[in-house]
Design a binder for this molecule. Structure first.
Ligand SMILES: *[C@@H]1O[C@H](CO)[C@@H](O)[C@H](O)[C@H]1NC(C)=O
Length: 254
């Protein structure tokens, strides 16, 4: 019974003391506040909420268009759990693919990348991946420079959002052409992006973010099937690992 009063006494007590003798305490309180704020914006970035991806992007200091790039990186454990052996050779297609490919390689997963846009600001690590032929720069409106079934799994993030529906189906079919076990599509929710002038000049056009129902219908029209088995396994692994993606994720059969 005496607990509640004691706690409130402690709180008001420290508030009084703060100004007099404890700068450390105020620093601590400010840090705690910042911590709570950050936690709050993380929590808020879960659903269809507007600025979710952006606030996370700002926190991690990543600029540019790849709003799902971080999602892909964070999804790797869940992808591994869901796809198992099918992760033996991965192709990632999308902006900032160097960072994604590096992450896969760190996890001992063989991975190649296709960067659909200019690599003007590539760091030395990225340049080295390009030199080794691990990452290639290629316009995905054209067939990918790989043979049929070159990869067990293909993952595409963001890149499709910059293509008109006339090209998306061609590109999707080409992505399934080079994979044996599946294609995973990461794409933003409508209203999720914050477009900057820099993005627009970099990508040539604005991303067109489509709704989940638009995609599902479009996949069906293109003759692509959602792989319910992998989708279920992935969802289960995600929730087990408390991974909450900001982007829509589709699992398609090759
Ligand atoms: C893609 O869709 C367009 C219609 O938007 C259609 O004319 C074209 O034949 C389709 N291409 C493929 C490869 O399915």
């Amino acid at each position: 019974m005496s607990r509640r009063p004691v706690r409130s006494f402690t709180l008001s007590g420290s508030a009084h003391k703060k100004s007099r003798s404890s700068p450390l305490l105020s620093v601590g309180l400010v840090l705690l506040g910042a911590f709570l704020l950050i936690g709050y914006s993380y929590r808020n970035s879960g659903g269809e909420g507007g600025g979710g991806a952006v606030s996370r992007k700002e926190l991690s200091g990543i600029s540019g268009g790849g709003s799902c790039t971080l999602d892909v990186q964070q999804a790797i454990p869940a992808l591994k759990a869901a796809y198992g052996e099918s992760m033996s050779k991965v192709l990632h297609v999308g902006p900032e693919t160097c960072s994604v490919v590096s992450k896969f390689l760190k996890e001992d997963i063989e991975a190649l990348g296709v960067e659909p846009y200019d690599l003007e600001e590539a760091d030395s690590g990225c340049k080295s991946l390009v030199r080794k032929g691990i990452v290639r720069v290629a316009d995905i409106k054209f067939p990918l420079p790989y043979r049929e079934k070159s990869f067990s799994l293909v993952i595409v993030s963001d890149a499709l959002d910059y293509l008109s529906p006339k090209y998306v189906n061609k590109t999707l079919l080409d992505l399934t052409r080079v994979s044996t076990d599946g294609l995973v599509v990461f794409t933003g929710y409508p209203g999720q992006q914050k477009v900057t002038a820099a993005d627009q000049s970099k990508f040539g056009r604005l991303a067109k973010l489509r709704s989940p129902s638009w995609w599902v219908k479009y996949f069906a029209q293109t003759g692509l099937e959602v792989n319910e088995d992998f989708a279920k396994k992935f969802e289960k692994a995600s929730s087990k690992q408390s991974y909450k993606p900001n982007c829509q994720i589709f699992h398609l059969s090759s």
